[in-house]
Design a protein around this ligand. Structure first.
Ligand code: FAD
Length: 461
């Protein structure tokens, strides 16, 4: 009997265009394995909303595997130990996996390779980090030249088909029961609206790509309008690897024009973020630039500031676009990109609260919470990043709301303002607010406070 091949799945919960599955299936019987390793990632263990997604994505993959008379083996604990144990139990020849770049996965990959035959493949990015370098041979730190270099190598490799057949091993190793992992919320079950908003799994990712593919032509403008369904909403599918970026690229690539060119650059941001965390593994917890530590008002120190953080988290700042975004996040596990920028900027600059509190909240609430994308974007907005917006560029939430026509979006997520006319909804007069809170701080006051705090921090630093 041929020795089985283990496929170690992480954020690559798909069958199509999966080089590890593809190669393992050609080599012998396949044992797909997912290990829930909550300790490896420290304070970046999978967050609440993402756990909800993971449950459904594993369920969906199990169904696809069952149609091929295969299954997924679930184990919980230290991934390196569990996989080494499984190799011993099953007599597997090798463990095949896609490369992942979160610092804890790089460590685990290194350790596992010392114990067993680990075969790693590229497949979750357009190009693996490090594949393009500056003329001096260094990894890029700045997005624009990085994107140009990646574009020079596009299109990405051809996509692989789903494995035709998956042979089963003689004996399946024991598996945990998915339900016993308790990835779904129960007391209370806050996921009802998230469930109504999303279809999870590989088939759903492909359906969404098909449904949206006709809209890429209008993406350049529509992506900034939160009241419209103008972006692809593929981020959780891409994060969980239910679809590969190469597949997305090849599906949309034929549609030349500004919409596609803009979309391609956004997909490259995703590669860029991996490139950054490979160079700076502590990026989600340390500002890249010095001199900012004295700038933030720390919520631990003052009751008032903790209340302000809570008002932001709950969507009760008195700024309708910010609150609509924060409520969309809570209800659906996702937030429109333009509004993510406005809401993040509001926390960091209007409230002068350390970006790490925002990063942590997003980490717990987003179904697409991604170690690299989240940290890179938070540091971009905060002005602390390796390539970032300057701190002194302070987004004005009220004019952003008007400029990007957020009235419909506000009506949807802040229903207490739904009856206000368009010319009032972005900045409701105090006597028309009803139960909706007054502004937590005036825009001009916040702007001046942020700029003088910045100047003071610079002088001290
Ligand atoms: P589209 O506009 O359709 O873009 C297509 C794909 O490109 C996205 O699915 C995503 O994979 C990638 N992409 C687009 N914009 C970016 C970007 N700025 N950075 C990196 N990749 C991008 N994205 C995440 O996937 N996970 C996160 O945890 C995350 N946190 C963020 C935090 C902040 C403060 C901000 C400002 C942005 C964050 N983003 C994050 C980036 C972006 O907001 C989302 O990727 C996007 O809103 C997802 O919606 P979409 O799939 O419709 O995107």
């Amino acid at each position: 009997m041929t020795a089985p091949q283990i496929v170690w799945l992480r954020r690559d919960l798909r069958l199509a265009d999966h080089p590890a599955f593809h190669t393992a299936a050609q080599a012998g019987p396949v044992i797909p394995v997912y290990v829930l390793d909550d300790d490896a990632a420290g304070d970046h263990a999978i967050g609440g909303a993402a756990r909800w997604w993971l449950h459904h994505s594993l369920e969906s993959l199990s169904r696809s595997l069952a149609r091929r008379h295969s299954r997924i083996v679930l184990r919980r604990g230290d991934a390196v130990r569990e996989l080494a144990k499984l190799v011993e139990e099953t007599g597997a020849e090798a463990v095949h996996a896609l490369r992942h770049y979160e610092p804890w996965w790089r460590k685990a990959q290194g350790k596992l390779a010392q114990r067993i035959d680990l075969r790693l493949y590229d497949g979750n990015y357009l190009m693996p980090p490090g594949a393009v370098t500056t003329n001096g041979g260094d990894p890029y730190k700045i997005y624009t030249p990085f994107a140009k270099a990646v574009l020079d190598h596009m299109p990405p490799r051809e996509c692989l088909p789903e494995p035709d057949v998956l042979h089963s091993p003689d004996r399946w190793p024991d598996s945990d029961d998915l339900g016993e992992w308790e990835l779904l919320p129960t007391r209370p079950d806050w996921a009802g609206e998230i469930a109504a908003f999303w279809q999870v799994g590989e088939a759903a990712a492909h359906e969404r790509l098909e449904e949206w593919s006709g809209d890429v032509a209008r993406y350049a403008d529509a992506r900034n309008l939160p009241s419209q369904d103008g972006s692809s909403r593929l981020s959780p599918h891409l994060h969980w690897g239910e679809i590969s970026p190469a597949r997305v690229w090849h599906r949309l690539d034929g549609r030349r024009g500004e919409g596609w060119a803009t979309y391609a650059r956004e997909l490259i941001w995703r590669d860029y973020a991996q490139n950054v965390i490979c160079q700076f593994p502590g990026y989600a917890s340390e500002s890249y630039r010095d001199g900012y530590s004295g700038l933030w008002r720390n919520p631990h120190r003052g009751h008032l500031i903790a209340e302000e953080l809570q008002a932001w988290q709950r969507g009760r700042t008195g700024y309708p676009i910010v609150d609509a975004g924060m409520r969309q996040l809570w209800q659906t596990g996702w937030m429109h990109n333009r509004v993510r920028m406005v809401a993040a900027s509001f926390l960091v600059k209007h409230l002068l609260i350390d970006w790490r509190h925002g990063e942590g909240w997003f980490w717990d609430c987003l179904v697409d919470a991604d170690f690299a994308n989240n940290a890179v974007n938070w540091q971009w907005v905060a002005g602390t990043g390796v390539d970032s917006n300057m701190f002194v560029r302070i987004m004005a939430p009220l004019s952003q709301s008007e400029k990007f026509d957020a009235a419909g979006y506000i009506r949807e997520y802040v229903p207490e303002l739904a009856d206000l006319p368009d010319d009032q909804i972005h900045d409701p007069p105090d006597d028309c607010r009803g139960d909706y809170p007054v502004k937590i701080i005036g825009h001009r006051e916040a702007r001046e406070r942020a700029l003088s705090a910045y100047r003071a921090a610079k002088e001290e630093g």
